[in-house]
Design a protein around this ligand. Structure first.
Ligand code: SAH
Ligand code: SF4
Length: 382
């Protein structure tokens, strides 16, 4: 089996070329051909000696993702489905805005964290993606979009690890992929424009700060442990105080001077004024230790199996107002690509529930959320 060169960051490619008896600068040339020019055929690489091209053709390949489908939304959002084998499908979403183009990348097929409001979580975990499968989402879409839009310069300016999966539970494959994104010989994205979003894998937040400090987004979703335990089961392992302490430590390495907290607005579950006030008190305690934060309120994208509904806009705005009056910078996320199911948490589409997570979650729902109203809506598809 030949080696897929998309699996390597520049250091890895240098090691690979050294095994072939080639100098480091050849690896850099090769890396630029792959990532800057989107080459997949060694014959295109005309400034490499023919003998090297032949050696590469015998030992290596540049193999991108297998496209299942591409959907374009009325608002310009594009969603790809990629087949990663054995019945697993992942999704990648491009979100164009006037001043930037953002790519939302998957890190796993499925997810083991099992958040109640996330359709990937309901699907269960299948497997970690390889570095090649992670970076090839950017490699493929960047070069596709350049052609599609007739542009010869960069189209994707920002990457968010907010597709399927928990990136920090696939750390060893994630980090080389991030390095390719940042590498000047690769995509040359600034650290501020590459965001890892996590449900809170505390030890890996610390490691990321040392290995590859990019912008950090933390999916908080609740102001206290009882509620967060229920929405984000990983909280039982890494409760809020530990998570926020890790965020505070991360700040010294982070390229931005704040951590973004994501908060998915679930009607009657975590969206009451009382929750906002608890959140203000929580953030104040940690601000005293040096944490600075921004909040991003995400209107929940409903799917029937969740049994949850989206908070209405006045409720979201009231919540935002309480945070902002306490001095916390707060934005409300626009939903994009709704018509093609490309919005957050809709990425798994109709993929089967492999592990019976849905049944387990339905059982849990009966006993959830001490003291907080629970709305169970059948077949909700608002
Ligand atoms: N596993 C990582 C990254 C992928 S999820 C994480 O949890 O952070 C990306 C974001 O989408 C997270 O903030 C997640 O909470 C949010 N999300 C998941 N399902 C959603 C849904 N149905 N509606 C709105 N946001 C959702
Ligand atoms: Fe996994 Fe993130 Fe979905 Fe939670 S929200 S199940 S961590 S992908």
């Amino acid at each position: 089996m030949t080696s897929n060169l998309l699996d390597h960051d520049l250091e890895g490619l240098i090691a690979f070329c050294e095994q072939l008896g080639e100098k480091r600068f050849r690896a850099t040339q090769l890396f630029r051909w792959i990532h800057q020019k989107g080459a997949s055929d060694f014959d295109q690489m005309t400034d490499l000696a023919k003998s090297l091209r032949q050696k590469l053709a015998g030992s290596a390949r540049i193999e991108g993702p297998k496209v299942v489908s591409r959907h374009e939304s009325a608002d310009g959002t594009i969603k790809w489905l990629f087949d990663v084998g054995a019945g697993d499908v992942i999704e990648t979403v491009f979100i164009p805005e006037t001043d930037r183009g953002t790519l939302c990348i998957s890190s796993q097929a499925g997810c083991a964290v099992g958040c109640r409001f996330c359709s990937t979580g309901h699907q269960g975990f299948s497997r970690n993606l390889t570095t090649g499968e992670i970076i090839s989402q950017l490699w493929f879409t960047e070069h596709f979009l350049r052609q599609h839009l007739g542009r010869d310069e960069r189209v994707i300016s920002n990457v968010v690890m907010m597709g399927m999966g928990e990136p920090l539970q696939n750390y060893s494959q994630l980090v080389p992929a991030l390095k390719v994104m940042l590498d000047d010989h690769g995509y040359g994205l600034s650290r501020r424009r590459v965001t890892v979003s996590t449900s809170g894998v505390v030890p890996m937040i610390d490691r990321l700060g040392g290995d590859c400090a990019v912008a950090l987004a933390v999916s908080l979703h609740a102001p206290n442990d009882a509620l967060r335990d229920n929405l984000v089961p990983l909280n039982k392992k890494y409760p809020i105080a530990e998570l926020l302490a890790a965020c505070t430590r991360y700040q010294s390495a982070a390229p931005r001077d704040f951590i973004t907290f994501e908060y998915c607005m679930l009607d009657g579950v975590n969206d009451q004024p009382e929750h906002a006030r608890q959140l203000v008190a929580l953030m104040k305690t940690h601000a005293a230790n040096g944490l600075s934060c921004k909040f991003n309120l995400i209107p929940f994208n409903p799917f029937p199996a969740s049994g949850l509904t989206r908070s209405d806009m006045p409720q979201v705005m009231l919540f935002a107002k309480i945070l902002m009056e306490a001095g916390i910078i707060t934005t409300v996320r626009k939903t994009r690509g709704d018509d093609i199911d490309a919005a957050c948490g809709q990425l798994a589409g109709d993929v089967q529930d492999r592990t019976g997570v849905d049944q387990r979650m339905a059982a849990q729902r009966q006993g959830m959320l001490g003291g907080v109203k629970v709305v169970v809506v059948k077949g909700n598809d608002a």
